[in-house]
Write a protein that binds this ligand. Structure first.
Ligand code: SF4
Length: 182
């Protein structure tokens, strides 16, 4: 990937992690199979950074955190776990294919905000299905059922920042301040 695109990619990821940090600090919950890694990413990106630290952390593989509006989820990307069909390969710059996200991927994490959107979408689909012709109604109800499963599994895995603070970080302090994970 050209340097300019790499910089843009990192700027988006850093903004996503900062936003997540802000949400968690405000009391939002986090769930899904990659919730722990998402939380760890917020710990690895300190709020105050020198320009050098900022550039260095852009190469940290544990900070490959993407907002995925299509799946209403975060992707905490680890290529060894990725289920999307087509990965964009580019040497070290492997990225997820967000448009082919798979519900069962263990790189998925969601916040309360995502779950509120998924619940809203579910309610809307069920209301609209009542007025839709049969084949379309069936498809809408199937989508609503999928949303319901996501909401249920989120509830089972949901953690809060206050709970997580009682657990020691799995990342050593010197790693937080020092070399990126490659
Ligand atoms: S399937 Fe979805 S969560 Fe998994 S790596 Fe691909 S985009 Fe990310």
């Amino acid at each position: 990937m050209p340097d300019l695109l790499l910089e843009e990619d990192w700027a988006h990821r850093a903004a996503t992690i900062r936003h997540l940090d802000f949400q968690l600090s405000g009391g939002e919950g986090l769930g899904g199979p990659a919730a722990g890694r998402a939380l760890e990413a917020t710990r690895r990106l300190p709020r105050n950074l020198t320009p050098g630290d900022y550039r260095r952390l852009g190469k940290d593989k544990t900070l490959r955190v993407y907002e995925n509006p299509a799946a209403i989820a975060l992707c905490i990307f680890d290529e060894s776990k990725a289920l999307c069909r087509k990965l964009e390969e580019g040497g070290k710059d492997t990225r997820p294919d967000l448009l082919t996200c798979v519900d069962s991927c263990s790189n998925i994490a969601r916040t309360d905000d995502h779950i509120a959107s998924i619940t809203h979408q579910m309610d809307k689909l069920r209301a609209e299905a009542k007025l839709a012709p049969l084949p379309m109604a069936q498809s809408m109800l199937a989508q609503a059922d999928r949303n319901e499963r996501i909401v249920a599994s989120f509830g089972a895995s949901r953690i809060l920042l206050s709970d997580a603070r009682e657990q020691p970080s799995t990342v050593a302090h010197e790693e937080l301040q020092g070399k990126p994970s490659e």
